[in-house]
Every structure is written in structure tokens, then in C-alpha cells.
Design a protein around this ligand. Structure first.
Ligand SMILES: [Mg+2]
Length: 120
């Protein structure tokens, strides 16, 4: 059965791009969220196998959402999506339990590599 993924990003075109890469590689995108609070809510609702989590988002950012998800589901698998120059935030995220990170602009093979590795 296809692994279920929740795609979180405040930019619709970014969500579309990730969704496209995932779908073409046999993953099922079961939900999308455009801010951290929506990510937490959708995680609870959908319990996906994996989350791709943008860092910079309005209201609640990706780091806060990651921490909340990990406090509810310690075994949640979350991969952060970062922009150039966000190394400090990426380190913060890894310490908070993120499995890996991918850097924008996305390269399909790197996205798939990170995801398949994160899911073991
Ligand atoms: Mg963003």
C-alpha cells in the first residue's frame, strides 16, 4: 500500500511541486496544510506515514508545528523543507526530532532519497 504523506507549505506552488514528485514516485498525498496549526490538526486527523514540513509559514511556523506533532506522536516522521540560509533552524528542527531536511529549490531525486531513507 502506498505510504501516506501530509504536505505542509504556505506556498501553493510548493505544495503542488512536492505533491507531483511524491505522486510520480508511488506515494499518496493524503492531505495538505498551509500553516503550522493546520499541519498539527491534519496530522491528528490523518496520521500520515510522513510529513514534509516547510519552516517559514505565517501564524505557526514549521519548527513549532514539528515540536507539537512530536509531543503528540513521538514516532512521527517529519522531513523539513528549508530555504538557503536557514541552517540554524534546520539544526533546531533536527534536535526537535525531524528526520532529515530538503533544501529549496527541490530536486526530485534528493526529495525521494530523503523520504525513502526517513521511512527506513
Ligand atoms: Mg514558506
Amino acid at each position: 500500500m502506498a505510504k501516506k504523506v501530509l504536505v505542509v507549505d504556505d506556498a501553493a506552488f510548493m505544495r503542488m511541486m512536492i505533491k507531483d514528485i511524491l505522486t510520480k514516485n508511488g506515494y499518496e498525498v493524503v492531505g495538505e496544510a498551509q500553516d503550522g496549526q493546520e499541519a498539527v490538526d491534519k496530522y491528528k486527523e490523518l496520521t500520515p506515514d510522513l510529513v514534509t514540513m516547510d519552516i517559514t509559514m505565517p501564524e505557526k511556523d514549521g519548527i513549532a508545528a514539528l515540536k507539537e506533532i512530536k509531543s503528540l506522536h513521538a514516532d512521527a516522521t517529519v522531513i523539513m523543507c528549508s530555504a538557503m540560509g536557514q541552517q540554524a533552524m534546520v539544526i533546531d528542527a533536527i534536535q526537535a526530532g525531524a528526520k532529515d531536511f530538503i533544501v529549496k529549490p527541490f530536486q526530485a531525486d534528493r526529495v525521494i532519497e530523503a523520504i525513502s531513507k526517513a521511512m527506513g
